[in-house]
Design a protein around this ligand. Structure first.
Ligand code: PMP
Length: 357
């Protein structure tokens, strides 16, 4: 007899769910968030504007003014913008309109786990290329798969979560030119790398860029992401986005952030980048640890001894990092995001203690 569970697609049942450990700690370095909260000035302005708005009315059907502002902010066309309830939602919407049985999605691994998960749920075939041994993009391997198999969608996370590597612009141009399918660049962490692929949108109509307010912009709680692409593609992708996906509060917050934030944000991003570099050199002084250079606000570190144990050891010291040992190629690694200087000091001294100086 058919059991309810038999109805679920076998590929979905075989998937390991994307999960997050429920642990809490006072030094929280596990979700690549901005360690500094959004400024009070921004919060107060958002709250004031939201209080003055009628709560009985829906948000805008298409948030036209926010799209305009985002377009100007990012340097693209307003009819080529979709806002989402986090960029996660836009990864899903984009794959929903492009992926189904018989469709191929090319990714590199290790990368952000959601790409494989959503493509698999949609019955797409995931073709995966490992990063090089140096944990950088294997552009030759990607190019040859693009040429031989013409995947429907190629997804590149740059800077890559969890390794922090970026795709070189010249390499990306080669991939875009060789590809008849869509090439998606997830730029969730671009502010920390000082580079963006948005200027390539004007030259390549198969390029789609994803961005978020959750990292550098310090708005993770508000779930705001956006997608930039050719207006013809955007019209199609919108068909997979539910009406009113971005609530009125987050819409207002995004508008205020764009108006006021860039000036306030610059110093925070700079501080995170300089702390990242400081941590990288400090970690080099700890025996048994090998940090990987990163272009994002996080870093992975290889441990000569058991890497799973470090998660527990740090947690005992009230520090929460991410166990990435289940990712391909990363069995010996853990990941942490850059915290405030004080938090980073706590991490460093805990690691010194654990590794016995
Ligand atoms: N892309 C990448 C690479 C990420 O690491 C994350 C969050 N961890 C997201 C997208 C999703 O971000 P959000 O949904 O908060 O915009």
């Amino acid at each position: 007899m058919t059991q309810p569970l038999d109805i679920i697609k076998p590929a979905v049942r075989a998937l390991r769910a994307y999960t997050l450990s429920p642990h809490r700690a006072s030094v929280k370095l596990n979700q690549n968030e901005n360690p500094w909260d959004a400024p009070a000035e921004i919060k107060e302005d958002v709250l004031r504007r939201f209080a003055a708005r009628q709560w009985s009315r829906y948000p805008d059907f298409v948030p036209a003014s926010l799209n305009e502002q985002l377009a100007k902010f990012a340097g693209w066309k307003a009819d080529g913008v979709i806002v989402g309830n986090g960029s996660n939602e836009l990864i899903q919407a984009l794959l929903m309109v492009a992926v189904g049985p018989g469709k191929r999605v090319l990714i590199s691994e290790p990368t952000f786990a959601l790409y494989r998960q959503v493509a698999t749920v949609l019955s797409g075939e995931v073709v995966s290329v490992l990063l090089t041994l140096q944990l950088t993009y294997d552009v030759d391997a990607l190019l040859s798969i693009v040429k031989e198999q013409q995947p429907d969608v190629t997804i590149i996370c740059s800077p890559n979560n969890p390794t922090g590597c970026v795709i070189d612009t010249a390499d990306l141009r080669k991939l875009l030119s060789a590809s008849r399918g869509l090439v998606v660049i997830d730029e969730a962490y671009h502010e920390f790398s000082g580079q963006s692929v948005v200027p390539l949108l004007a030259e390549h109509e198969n390029l789609i860029v994803l961005r978020t307010f959750s990292k550098a912009m310090a708005f993770a709680a508000l779930r705001i992401g956006y997608l930039l692409g050719a207006p013809e593609l955007v019209v199609e992708i919108r068909k997979a986005v539910l009406p009113y996906n971005l609530n009125a509060f987050s819409q207002i917050a995004a508008e205020v952030a764009i108006e006021k934030y860039p000036a306030l944000l610059g110093p925070t991003v700079k501080a995170i980048v300089s702390e990242r570099e400081r941590l990288y050199s400090e970690l080099a002084k700890i025996r048994g640890l090998h940090a990987l250079k990163s272009h994002a606000n996080f870093m992975i570190v290889k441990r000569d001894t058991d890497s799973k144990q470090i998660f527990e050891e740090l947690l005992k010291r009230d520090i929460l990092v991410r166990d990435v040992s289940g990712y391909p190629m990363l069995a010996e690694y853990f990941r942490f995001n850059v915290g405030t200087p004080e938090e980073n000091e706590r991490l460093l001294s805990a690691l010194h203690e654990i590794h016995g100086k």
